[in-house]
Design a protein around this ligand. Structure first.
Ligand SMILES: Cc1cc2nc3c(=O)[nH]c(=O)nc-3n(C[C@H](O)[C@H](O)[C@H](O)COP(=O)(O)OP(=O)(O)OC[C@H]3O[C@@H](n4cnc5c(N)ncnc54)[C@H](O)[C@@H]3O)c2cc1C
Length: 286
């Protein structure tokens, strides 16, 4: 039997728009390539390629893919004592398998392992998960609980920025697409854990994701799936620290609630209390 891509529901390569492809070797070359009109950073392609195949309206602005995977500054996991530096092109599979990450920030290894299927985890990168404006990125939710900062390169040089500020700019659509994410830096939090209520394994989108990191007795809670973007839920963290009910803080902080085709926000808010408690209990035991 002959199966063609169309009968299997898989887009044929010919469905892709005409695109140029460049693979810079240095950050300066990448900066120059991204400054060109219609250029777009390309890492694992697990978000970008389906959008291009589906010809989403915003992809009409893309003419050149700038592959960022050959840049030394975007690679590797570096233990710097109080913090870890994680290159933007480190994949979810590499994060999940890293002994350093599992020891110093288990929440991040667990979030990476909870992402999609093995095939997607071997392609999808940390940088792609951060820059895709998604309400429930698993890795980005864990990064927020670890007080993450991002290293960026643009026309003005390299900068550091709190991850939350980058996510706010993406959400407001004020993030300049010429910017290159080089790496993220996270705090060492050995007592941390991730829990997720998903649709189905292998496709994986979280209805609710919770990342809990303990710094001494103080919990930091980051949530995905409940709002337009993942965020640090400070009032939920305070309620958790006080062993108080989480519902009032959840209701107050998840505003405006996410709008999508998935189960209702009321259901998700109730589920969130359970998911957070699970992550907290595992962080306590770590
Ligand atoms: C079947 C399937 C299941 C999935 N399940 C999950 C899941 O369970 N959980 C989850 O969180 N995600 C999931 N995803 C989404 C996706 O796999 C992740 O978001 C992944 O981390 C994206 O990384 P990437 O390298 O593939 O990004 P790409 O597709 O290459 O890029 C995504 C976006 O980021 C930008 N970008 C990438 N790298 C950089 C950089 N270094 N600097 C600046 N901009 C950059 C690109 O321009 C693009 O806008 C799923 C995807 C698929 C196809």
């Amino acid at each position: 039997m002959v199966l063609c891509a169309a009968t299997m529901g898989v887009p044929a390569t010919s469905d892709l728009p005409q695109l140029a492809y460049v693979r810079p070797r240095t950050v300066d070359e990448a900066r120059a390539a991204l400054a060109a009109p219609r250029a777009r950073a390309y890492a694992g392609g697990t978000d970008l390629l389906p959008a291009l195949f589906a010809r989403r309206p915003w992809t009409e602005r893309i003419g050149t893919l700038v592959d960022v995977k050959a840049l030394a500054a975007t690679r590797g996991i570096d233990d710097r004592g109080a913090r870890l530096r994680i290159g933007a092109v480190v994949t979810a599979a590499e994060l999940a398998a890293s002994a350093v990450v599992r020891r110093a920030a288990p929440v991040l290894a667990e979030a990476a392992l909870a992402t999609a299927s093995p095939a997607v985890r071997h392609r999808g990168t940390v940088g792609g998960n951060v820059v895709t404006p998604h309400p429930a990125g698993d890795v980005v939710t864990a990064l927020l609980a670890l007080d993450a900062a991002v290293e960026l390169a643009d026309d003005d040089g390299t900068h550091e920025l709190p991850l939350a500020a980058l996510l706010a700019a993406l959400h407001a659509d004020t993030w300049p697409r010429t910017r290159l994410l080089l790496a993220v830096q996270v705090a060492r939090r050995p007592r941390s854990a991730f829990a997720k209520l998903g649709t189905r394994r292998g496709f994986g989108r979280a209805l609710v994701a919770a990342a809990v990191a303990l710094d001494g007795a103080r919990p930091t809670v980051a949530l995905g799936g409940l709002h337009g973007r993942p965020f640090v839920a400070a009032a939920v963290g305070a309620a958790l620290a006080a062993d108080a009910p989480l519902a009032p803080a959840l209701g107050a902080e998840c505003r405006p609630p996410v709008h999508d085709e998935l189960p209702s926000v009321a259901y998700r808010l109730r589920a969130a209390a359970v998911v957070i408690a699970r992550a907290r209990a595992r962080a306590d035991r770590a």
